[in-house]
Design a protein around this ligand. Structure first.
Ligand SMILES: *[C@@H]1O[C@H](CO)[C@@H](O)[C@H](O)[C@H]1NC(C)=O
Ligand SMILES: *[C@@H]1O[C@H](CO)[C@@H](O)[C@H](O)[C@H]1NC(C)=O
Ligand SMILES: *[C@@H]1O[C@H](CO)[C@@H](O)[C@H](O)[C@H]1NC(C)=O
Ligand SMILES: *[C@@H]1O[C@H](CO)[C@@H](O)[C@H](O)[C@H]1NC(C)=O
Ligand SMILES: *[C@@H]1O[C@H](CO)[C@@H](O)[C@H](O)[C@H]1NC(C)=O
Ligand SMILES: *[C@@H]1O[C@H](CO)[C@@H](O)[C@H](O)[C@H]1NC(C)=O
Ligand SMILES: *[C@@H]1O[C@H](CO)[C@@H](O)[C@H](O)[C@H]1NC(C)=O
Length: 268
């Protein structure tokens, strides 16, 4: 490029400016791609897109290389790659593929960096953060171990022990609240030919909670069943898990799983 400046009497200066790097573009993440969230898929893969923009010039074909920190290897299909920009193209997408695993994990945050370009230069916004949300129930999935089948108990003064199991993750300490359903509460499922037991006369109504320490996988709870001396047909008592509360853990995003168990109380 030439600049001609007339400074007066036959005086001419010539200035040559080399095509600056910026003629090929300055590459950086778009603002909304600086922080993105991915989820681990139930099956297969989920994709997360980060958009890179090119500003100033767009004179050449450019290959832009990106990398994610190595710790992400377990969670992403690829941790390095490249995207191309053709002449005139000002945006391109980095596509990250989150893969599935069976390991209960907390939220994980990884840095995605624009590492180099074949032409032009990398701008200021060259590092984005990718958050992969907690997966596979790191704090556990709580169920009554007997929930797949009814428990038969005789109508007598007895204490029935029920076990709450913590499946999947064992991280953190968690309080699980459980309660008996009242006779008038709608049953979660039908028990044909069997009536509902009455709180107070047939069983002791409870609402209570039990704490699972880190690494604890089961806890027992007790239900008191009474013999009321009234001849009756069979009766059902339902217990439900009401909620799950994270007492102490690395992050505040507990998973919540509700579940029922029922007892068939047989009159003698
Ligand atoms: C992106 O963020 C920077 C710094 O916060 C700001 O200067 C810029 O205008 C934003 N760009 C767009 C396109 O919003
Ligand atoms: C860019 O790439 C296209 C297709 O690969 C090619 O036709 C073109 O000549 C290239 N342009 C430059 C400036 O290298
Ligand atoms: C760019 O990525 C493609 C796959 O997307 C790969 O085949 C190619 O080798 C990469 N190019 C360079 C220069 O690493
Ligand atoms: C890219 O170019 C198109 C068309 O020239 C324009 O509308 C768009 O705003 C540009 N995007 C960025 C990120 O510069
Ligand atoms: C059941 O447990 C309660 C409270 O722990 C106790 O008072 C009661 O005696 C027990 N009943 C039987 C039959 O063991
Ligand atoms: C739980 O178990 C793991 C592996 O067995 C162990 O590394 C960790 O320290 C335990 N945590 C607690 C709080 O006991
Ligand atoms: C719960 O009760 C079962 C049998 O009723 C027993 O084997 C198990 O050890 C108990 N678990 C705990 C954590 O107390």
């Amino acid at each position: 490029m030439f600049l001609l400046a007339n400074l007066g009497i036959a005086s001419v200066i010539t200035v040559t400016i080399a095509a600056s790097d910026d003629a090929h573009g300055v590459f950086q993440f778009t603002n909304k791609s600086l922080s993105v969230i991915g989820t681990e898929p139930e099956q297969g893969r989920n994709t997360v897109i980060l958009q890179v923009m090119r500003s100033f010039g767009a004179l050449s074909n450019v290959t832009l290389f990106w990398e994610v920190e190595p710790a992400a290897k377990q969670d992403l299909l690829h941790t390095i790659g490249n995207v191309t920009f053709s002449v005139g193209q000002n945006v391109s997408d980095i596509i990250l593929q989150v893969s599935q695993d069976k390991i209960p994990e907390l939220d994980q945050i990884f840095k995605v960096t624009l590492s180099k370009v074949s032409h032009g230069r990398i701008g200021e916004r060259s590092v984005a953060s990718l958050t992969i949300l907690a997966s596979d129930d790191p704090y556990g999935l709580f169920v009554f171990s007997e929930s797949r089948r009814p428990i038969f108990v005789p109508e007598a003064n007895i204490n029935v022990t029920l076990t709450i199991q913590r499946l999947k993750g064992l991280l953190g300490s968690v309080r699980v609240t459980y309660q008996t359903l009242k006779e008038m509460d709608i049953a979660p499922f039908h028990t044909p030919g069997v009536g509902r037991a009455s709180e107070g006369s047939d069983f002791m109504a409870i609402r209570s909670s039990v704490t699972f320490q880190a690494n604890q996988s089961e806890a027992n709870v007790t239900l008191q069943v009474f013999d009321d001396d009234i001849p009756e047909r069979g009766e059902s008592i339902f217990l439900e898990l009401v909620n799950v509360f994270l007492i102490e853990g690395a992050q505040d995003r507990p998973s919540k799983n509700l579940n029922y168990v029922f007892l068939n109380v047989l009159s003698e």
